[in-house]
Design a binder for this molecule. Structure first.
Ligand code: SF4
Length: 341
């Protein structure tokens, strides 16, 4: 929804100021997607708006749902024909989280990532990002799903810090009480390790959660599979995370996708421990999320469950906070690194 356009259109139509608030409330709070369903505006106005402004900046190409009914993915077609994917998951009873995309494709080309392997098409506008939220709000309501839409995670297609201006504008609108009124602590931004971006978020949104997709704690390996490491190596990342922790005193999640035979042995676990221990307050504020790889590329396979458990227990014995993250979206290829449009 282009809210600037909505405001100026209402002005051109000679509507009183309160109409804008009524319509914004219907879209952002209630997830209404059809002007005719906004009960407190005149029918004639609803018809006028129907002709002048599309509620969403995309159409729905396809909806997927996992058998469990706790994870959904939508493939969306943007106005220029580009395809986008976005995911809606329930990580706990009564709680819904949207995993939103910030770019069509991604320039960073991590080798294990379906998005990265498809190349980069373009950045999303803040409107296209926000519309994913309106879309899922509507979905929750229409499907009569139990629970509340509480969390937003920038972990879909793209590296959020490579499109920071638009992501920033979207976050501003998401936490604005006049629009969506999400709490900052219910929003998470996941980066592949863009140090400049981490500095920016520490300054601009210290209450928004940060996750770093570390995946490898050895430079050679990380540079091989995640080209961003050639620009921001592990030393730079450590010092940036240190400054972040010092400034915010907030917990940071280190995402570690377990790749069979590549990063899942005890040597790599020791590298990870060293990485964390070298960061001041690392043991206190860093939390490792071990993520099962969902096979999308022939050359990678998920680590065995026993290996993941062994890795986890090894970290725990060294007092590293560690959890194995359940991958809810696997069946619909909506899990980490699987969105490709
Ligand atoms: S893992 Fe993230 S940063 Fe890397 S290619 Fe995929 S979307 Fe881009």
């Amino acid at each position: 929804m282009n809210f600037h356009k909505l405001k100026s259109t209402l002005k051109d139509l000679g509507e009183p100021n309160f109409r804008y608030k009524q319509i914004v409330g219907a879209f952002c709070e209630k997830g209404v997607l059809d002007y005719s369903q906004i009960s407190n505006i005149p029918k004639k106005l609803a018809e006028n708006l129907e002709e002048k402004i599309n509620p969403l900046s995309f159409s729905v190409e396809k909806n997927y749902s996992a058998n469990n009914n706790f994870s959904f993915k939508a493939r969306l077609k943007l106005n220029d024909g580009e395809l986008l994917e976005t995911v809606f998951l329930s990580p706990a009873p009564g709680v819904w989280s949207a995993c939103v995309s910030s770019q069509v494709g991604c320039k960073l080309a991590c080798k294990f990532c379906a998005t990265g392997q498809k190349g980069f098409k373009r950045n999303l506008s803040s409107e296209e990002i926000i519309d994913q939220i309106i879309f899922w709000k509507h979905f929750l309501r229409e499907k009569k799903l139990n629970g509340n839409f509480l969390n937003i995670i920038f972990m879909g297609m793209g590296e959020p810090f490579m499109n920071w201006e638009e992501v920033k504008n979207a976050i501003k609108q998401l936490i604005d009480p006049e629009f969506f009124n999400f709490g900052s602590r219910h929003i998470s931004v996941s980066t592949s390790g863009d140090c400049l971006g981490i500095k920016k978020i520490a300054k601009e949104f210290p209450q928004v959660n940060l996750a770093v997709s570390l995946i490898f704690a050895e430079d050679n390996l990380r540079s091989e599979y995640m080209p961003i490491n050639r620009k921001f190596n592990l030393k730079k990342l450590q010092s940036t995370i240190s400054s972040y922790l010092e400034k915010t005193n907030r917990k940071v999640f280190l995402e570690y996708v377990m790749l069979k035979g590549i990063n899942d042995d005890l040597k790599q676990a020791n590298n990870l421990i060293n990485f964390i221990e070298t960061i001041e307050n690392g043991k206190k504020l860093l939390h490792v999320n071990l993520i099962n790889y969902n096979a999308t590329m022939a050359e990678f396979a998920p680590s065995e469950a026993s290996t993941v458990n062994k890795f986890k227990n090894y970290l725990l014995r060294k007092s590293i906070k560690t959890t194995i993250r359940k991958s809810l979206g696997d069946e619909i290829k909506g899990a980490c690194g699987q969105l490709a449009g």
